[in-house]
Write a protein that binds this ligand. Sequence first.
Ligand SMILES: [Zn+2]
Length: 482
Amino acid sequence: MPKIFLISAYTLFLSLILFESFTVFIFGKHIRIDVIEVILSTNTGVTGEFITTYLSQFPLPLALFLFALFFGLFIRKGIQKYKVPDKLAFAFILAMIPALGCLAINASFYARTGTVKGSYRSTSITRFIGACVLLKKSHSQMEDFKQRSRPETVQYISREIQCSNIVVIIGESFSKYHSSLYSYPKATNPKLGELAQSNLYVYKDVITLFSYTTSVIKTIYGITRYRSDKTFPPPFPSVLRGAGYRTHLYDQRDYLKEEKYQVIWSNMFDTKNDTKIRDDLDLINSIDVSKTEPSLYVISLRGQHYTYANRYPESFDRFKKDDYPEVSDKQHAEIIAHYDNATLYNDFVIYSLIRKFMDLEAVVLYFSDHGEEVYDYRNFMGHGGISEKSKEIKYQIEVPFMIWVSDLYKEHHPCEAEKIKNAVNRPYNTGDLTYLIMDLSGVKAVGYDPTRSVINDRFDSTYDRIVLGFINYDQRRRDSAQ
Ligand SMILES: [Zn+2]
């Protein structure tokens, strides 16, 4: 009996290690919820045709089973050959107990927070168990969200529309530390800088709760809750749609594009673009602005997502590697120049969009999904993968966040415009967007909480913001200021 247990345990370990080698080889990632989701999903376009063909011909569970069988037989043979006594096998099992305990603790931490607490304490088993629990949680969350996103189920506190046009632009990988709006020495945001002289308010202290897009998007729409509240409002597009706004989605990223998720988009939006457009400016130019109906536009851009060199046209090739004499590695200098050019182009894209709303009553919100590291303090570019051990999380977590209001809005709502202007230094996070949009639109649903709307008089600025579910960002900042 102890031998069978031993064989099974080792077989499981080895199979998972092999499985993880496979995920690292194919996806470049350890076992994570998104990797499992892609493997299980029938639509694997993201990972290319190779994997689609491979998986459709050779189902993964069968592969795992065969591996497990092979190793099981192999170990059994070894045990028989060397005549391992029962007592020794039993001793091995006893030795495994503390290890299994650690695995259980780490797996439950992973399942709770969605991230591993220091990769050195994590194993293939931890990550596999954690990812499976998360997957199950995410499924029931999505089912719940399908219901909550139906506009006809929204219960209102107020349905009085106060602003005819609300525009929410979700940028991509836009770093505060490469924006001249936030004192970066290179003029990467000249157009928005001009607007910041009058109607554009640049918020100084906004973070996102995760460092990768999918999790951030889930907090923005309220699919995942980062605080345990009794009442939780429906997603802002559904709230506005149910109150009479026409809602439009322009999405460059195709987030949650599988068939089973289409219902949440059609619950939240009247219209949705169906083809991705190569260039952000072309997408902006395709937007039809209504002059009559109250409208919400949510626009999700490609922004400055790597590869940076592909994110801007030749006419915006302003910064060159020689402009960065302080960067010793010339290859890095070139990549930084590409990033800054992409930011310069993005500045023009956002400006072009704002111009469409100049003569209307409108509020435009613009923020990045997460930040980006571009060799700022270490030999790394990109985002994601930060942990409690990361020394500097600010480059990935702090984001540019700004609100532009039209002259007509200022004229109609001088009091609100003043509040927007006066709130620029408050600590905020993009997971509380819904509350802010309820204040801006005037449409409020049950679950509305004024202490979580950055422009509200009752805003609570003492709440500590928790990143990745377990890093207290504000506490860290206080500690490092001492
Ligand atoms: Zn992103």
